[in-house]
Design a protein around this ligand. Sequence first.
Ligand code: FES
Length: 162
Amino acid sequence: MAQGTQRKFSPEAQKEVDKILFSYGVKESAVLPVLHVAQREFGCLDRAAVELVASTLGLSPTRVAQTASFYTMFSPAPLGKHVIQVCTNVSCSLLGSEGIVRYLEKRLGVERGHTRPDGLVTLSTVECLGSCGTAPVMAVNDRYFENLTTEKVESILRELGL
Ligand code: FES
């Protein structure tokens, strides 16, 4: 059954993967950092990317796909340039995250769980970003924005050129 697309890492990404494998020693424990490299390299973890990670680590594609599915930063479909994740867990929800999500949906013209057709934005809701004391919180790619209000969200969107 080992057919599939024969995808490869670029030489730079392969170098990074080799370094990760070297520092982890046990291949299996390197699954998350190698998934990160693959997600960045291919823009998503589609089947071919999962198969590549699996063969790199000597694991089954199913196992790799299952691991990836636990983490919101890994996606089987291409994500937008700006990945906006709004926490809707208890603290954030009590302090208005639902209103923030609705504001973003309307303002950006994309529903939660989707990527805008121009590929600029992916909007999703997530369960706790680990910053409950500064709720409501959202992340845009690797940056956190806290104590959100719609006014604050608007100025963040403008800063991002959205
Ligand atoms: S509940 Fe939103 S960051 Fe924890």
